[in-house]
Design a protein around this ligand. Structure first.
Ligand code: AMP
Length: 405
C-alpha cells in the first residue's frame, strides 16, 4: 500500500495550525502556523525538515492562509493528499468518533457552537476554506469531546435540574480526548499489553490541563466539564471554584459576567496564584530562587492534580499506570515528583533517577520498584488525528459509514 498523506488542520479565530503527516513517518513532512489572522499583520511560519520560511499574509484572511498551503503541499508531498483532518473542539453529544464532513456534520458542529463559542465557529471557517481549496478528497472532523462520550451518566451529569440537560445540553463533555486516547494506546504498547487495553489514569498537562480515567480504550471520567474551565489548575484558567463565586463577586464587587469570565479564564491558574507567569518553566525557575508566589502556584497545581487523579481512580477496577503528558507532564520532573508524593496511598512512588532523565526522551517508565507503573509519554495529537482519519476511510471502504449525528 502507498504511504497515505493527511493534512491536519486546527483553525482558531486568529490562527491556523497545520501539519502534513504520512501514514508511516513519526515526524510531520511539513508543519506550520499562520497567526494574527484578521489583522494586517497576518504571518505564516512553516518548516519542512531543514527548510522553512516566514510568509506575510497582508490581507490577514483565513482563505489566503489556506491557499498558501497549496504550493507548499505540492512541494513537499510525494503524492496527492488522501484526506484533510480537522480538529473540532466541541461535538456535543452528536459524535463518538471521527466523521466525514457533510452538511449534516456541519449542522451538528453549528448546533454545538453555543457550548464552544470561541472555537467551533472558527473551526467551521477553517473547514469551509479548506473544502474550497482541497477539493475532491474527504474532509474529516475529529472532535476533542468524542473520546469522552463513553462516560456513564453518573460521571457526565451535573446535579442540576434535569431540564438543563435535556433541553439545554448542560452536562460534562470533557476535552483533550485525542491526547488522552493517544497516550493510553501508547502506554499499552510500552507495557507489552494488547494495544488499547489497560486501566490508566492520564494527565495531559499543557497550557490547558485535564485528567482522564481510561479502561480498555474507553474514557470513564475526566476532569474537564461542559467547558474546558472545569477541573485542574491551568496556565491562566482557575479550574474548579465554588460556583457561588460568581454571585459573590457580582454582589460584593459589582462585576458583570464578562469580567468574571475573563478573570477565571485569563487571569487565574498559575498566573493568578504566582502573580508572575502562566509558564511552568518560569515558575519552576523562580521557585528555585525562593519566589513565594511561584512556590505556592506549583504546590497548588500538583496537589490539585493529585487530588483529581485520586478521585478518578474510583472509575477504574485497578491502576495499570499513571501517565504524564503535555508540555509540563513530559518535561517537568518536579511536577511529576510533587504530584506523585501526594499519591502514596495508592502505592505510587517515583524512581528519582528515571524521573530526572533529560526531556526529549521517548516514552519511558519512571516508577520505583514495587510501584504501579508511572509513565512519561509524549503526546502526538496530529498523529492520532491522522490515524483516526485513515481508520475511518478504511472502514468506509469495507462498509457504509454509520450516520449518527
Ligand atoms: P503545551 O501546551 O503542551 O505546549 O505545554 C505548555 C506548558 O509546558 C507551559 O506551561 C510550559 O512552561 C511547559 N513546559 C515546557 N517545557 C517545560 C519544562 N522543561 N519544564 C517545565 N515546564 C515546561
Amino acid at each position: 500500500m502507498t504511504d497515505r498523506l493527511v493534512l491536519v488542520i486546527n483553525c482558531g479565530s486568529s490562527s491556523l495550525k497545520f501539519a502534513l503527516r504520512s501514514e508511516s513517518a513519526r515526524q510531520p513532512l511539513l508543519s506550520g502556523l499562520a497567526e494574527r489572522l484578521g489583522t494586517a499583520e497576518g504571518v505564516m511560519n512553516w518548516k519542512a525538515g531543514d527548510a522553512g520560511e516566514q510568509v506575510q499574509l497582508p490581507d490577514g484572511r483565513h482563505s489566503s492562509a489556506m491557499a498558501s498551503l497549496l504550493p507548499l503541499i505540492a512541494r513537499f508531498a510525494q503524492q496527492p493528499l488522501t484526506a484533510v483532518g480537522h480538529r473540532v473542539v466541541h461535538g456535543g453529544e452528536h459524535f463518538t468518533g471521527a466523521r466525514v464532513i457533510d452538511d449534516e456534520v456541519i449542522a451538528a458542529i453549528e448546533d454545538s457552537s453555543p457550548l464552544a463559542p470561541l472555537h467551533n465557529p472558527a473551526q467551521l471557517t477553517g473547514i469551509n476554506e479548506a473544502m474550497t481549496v482541497f477539493t475532491d478528497i474527504p474532509h474529516i472532523a475529529i472532535f476533542d469531546t468524542a473520546f469522552h462520550q463513553s462516560m456513564p451518566a453518573h460521571a457526565y451529569r451535573y446535579a442540576l435540574p434535569e431540564e438543563l440537560y435535556t433541553k439545554h445540553s448542560v452536562r460534562r463533555y470533557g476535552f483533550h480526548g485525542t491526547s488522552h486516547r493517544f497516550v493510553s494506546t501508547q502506554a499499552s504498547l510500552l507495557m507489552g499489553m494488547e494495544p488499547g487495553h489497560g486501566a490508566w489514569l492520564t494527565a495531559h498537562l499543557g497550557n490547558g490541563c485535564s485528567t482522564c480515567a481510561i479502561l480498555d480504550g474507553r474514557s470513564l471520567d475526566t476532569s474537564m466539564g461542559m467547558t474546558p474551565l472545569e477541573g485542574l489548575v491551568m496556565g491562566t484558567r482557575s479550574g474548579d471554584v465554588d460556583p457561588n463565586l460568581h454571585s459573590h463577586l457580582a454582589r460584593t464587587l459589582g462585576w458583570d459576567l464578562e469580567r468574571i469570565d475573563h478573570m477565571l479564564n485569563r487571569e487565574s491558574g498559575l498566573l493568578g496564584l504566582s502573580g508572575l507567569s502562566n509558564d511552568m518553566r518560569t515558575l519552576v525557575a523562580a521557585r528555585a530562587e525562593g519566589h513565594a508566589g511561584a512556590t505556592l502556584a506549583v504546590e497548588v497545581f500538583c496537589y490539585r492534580l493529585a487530588r483529581s487523579l485520586a478521585g478518578l481512580a474510583v472509575a477504574l477496577p485497578r491502576i495499570d499506570g499513571v501517565i504524564f503528558t503535555g508540555g509540563i507532564g513530559e518535561n517537568s520532573p518536579l511536577v511529576r515528583e510533587l504530584t506523585v508524593r501526594h499519591l502514596a496511598l495508592f502505592g505510587l512512588a517515583i524512581d528519582p533517577a528515571a524521573n530526572a532523565t533529560p526531556p526529549g526522551n521517548p516514552a519511558r517508565q519512571i516508577q520505583a520498584d514495587n510501584s504501579p507503573a508511572i509513565l512519561v509519554i509524549p503526546t502526538d495529537e496530529e498523529r492520532q488525528i491522522t490515524e483516526e482519519c485513515l481508520a475511518l476511510l478504511d472502514l468506509a471502504a469495507t462498509q457504509p459509514v454509520e450516520q449518527e449525528a
